[in-house]
Write a protein that binds this ligand. Structure first.
Ligand code: GAL
Length: 443
């Protein structure tokens, strides 16, 4: 009996001890802060530049890159903010598995190596980007980085690279999140271990709701969908590979909150200037108005702006579109607010965001087939009691005057009109037409 009591008591003591231990461990882990979000401090505004893929595919070489840099310097793109020059897939020497080949640059395509190009870019105030992927091979079949992430990150840094597009080729669509996160965490940690800051782009087709977790791993931008097509109305449903401009736009609605300084939703590279002649993308091309709309939308939602066309041969209209500093400023605004869709009347949609100086950018989009008259009301659409405000048209580069009533604008089929509106304090005579003469007094 005494024995039994003794045993029960000691068993009780063991349980008590175990319970105290568990409680203690739980208290300690609850006191531990959640793993801190990693940040390399880069890409405080979305990266802006050029990428070789949309026009050239893997047919790239040193001469092309040098000529593209020179063109961007002389045509004003560099000065407008296009500083990234990004080599996409195809710079590597070998095709086939990494287990069978080292990762080296192709000495035939790049006789003076990648560091020569990085120096060439840096001397002109620009940056060089490179491409790899987490698999044994990349999407175009070149050797990937699997199992060699630390070594590759070190090599990219030693070459003076500033940006890495890390491309899963839309693989691992249904993989568990921790597996996906491991892929990008491994490369992110490897890059952060370098002295050189390297922007990390996770090209992953939006699988695994990447926007929810990539920023915490130190990823600077992530694709929210598959490849863009060179048009506005790519036929077919959205399960197919290519997303047209409007598909990409729709994909981003609801994801705005994940995007901000240092970590951006990426709507894919620009198609402006491809004019249906892309070597890579499907689509028969878009009209001038549509390309401008696409550029306006990407600026409003703070997508990275990576031109996919041949910058050595841009037509005047495309160049003017890409270097509209007033629209680019919306993309590069330091506040980093992403435009929200504030009104959706079927084919007529309104997007808006607040800028750092307190003014607002407003975009009126007509997705329909016929010209429409659209109205914008700061009070109704922004929920801001803005009784008196100025309006500036950012494509016509005109201040349109002062308003104390909603303003209206004619918007052509597939056009986006973009305005910057600024609140004033007291009421003046209202103006209702955007297209009337501009009163001097309203400036
Ligand atoms: C795709 C990617 C393209 C391009 C290509 C290279 O997966 O979406 O932007 O990088 O791979 O092979």
């Amino acid at each position: 009996m005494v024995d039994q009591l003794q045993r029960r008591r000691s068993t009780g003591l063991v349980w008590l001890f175990a319970a105290v231990l568990v409680a203690f461990a739980t208290a300690i882990s609850a006191a531990q802060p959640a793993p801190a979000a990693k940040s390399n401090g880069l890409a405080q505004t979305p990266p802006v530049g050029w990428s070789s893929w949309n026009q050239f595919g893997d047919d790239i070489n040193e001469q092309l890159v040098i000529e593209s840099i020179d063109a961007m310097v002389s045509n004003g793109m560099r000065d407008a903010g296009y500083v990234y020059v990004n080599l996409d897939d195809g710079w590597q020497r070998y095709k086939g598995k990494r287990s069978d080949h080292p990762l080296e640059f192709d000495p035939k395509k790049f006789p003076r190596g990648i560091s020569y190009l990085a120096d060439y870019a840096h001397q002109r105030g620009m940056k060089l980007g490179i491409y790899s992927g987490p698999g044994q091979t990349t999407c175009a079949g070149y050797t990937g980085s699997e199992g060699h992430e630390a070594e590759d990150a070190k090599m990219f840094a030693s070459w003076g690279v500033d940006h890495l597009k890390y491309d899963s080729c839309c693989s691992h669509r249904d993989a568990p999140k921790d597996e996906l996160q491991k892929i990008f965490r491994t490369m992110s940690n490897s890059l952060m271990a370098q002295k050189r800051g390297i922007v990390l782009h996770a090209c992953h087709c939006g699988w695994g709701d990447i926007w929810e977790w990539a920023a915490a791993l130190g990823v600077n931008h992530w694709r929210i969908g598959q490849d863009i097509s060179d048009d506005f109305n790519y036929p077919g449903n959205r399960e197919q590979y290519y997303f047209d401009v409007l598909d990409q736009l729709d994909r981003g609605v609801g994801l705005e909150k994940y995007s901000g300084p240092g970590h951006w939703n990426d709507y894919d590279m620009l198609i402006v200037g491809l004019n249906g002649k892309s070597g890579q993308l499907v689509g028969t091309g878009a009209s001038n108005i549509e390309y401008r709309t696409h550029f306006s939308l990407w600026s409003m939602v703070n997508s990275p702006l990576l031109v996919g066309a041949d910058v050595r041969k841009l037509d005047a209209y495309s160049l003017e579109t890409l270097t509209n500093k007033e629209v680019l400023a919306l993309n590069q605004d330091p506040a980093g607010n992403v435009a929200q869709k504030v009104r959706d009347d079927g084919d007529l949609e309104v997007f808006a965001k607040e800028l750092e100086d307190g003014s607002h950018a407003v975009l009126l989009l007509n997705r329909g087939a016929a010209t429409a008259t659209m109205t914008f009301s700061p009070r109704a659409d922004l929920q801001v009691p803005m009784d008196r405000y100025t309006v500036r048209d950012l494509w016509r580069h005109r201040s349109l005057g002062t308003y104390d009533i909603p303003f209206t604008a004619e918007v052509q089929s597939h056009e986006a009109r973009v305005f910057r509106i600024r609140q004033l304090s007291t009421s003046v005579n209202g103006r209702s037409s955007l297209d009337g003469p501009e009163p001097e007094s309203a400036q």
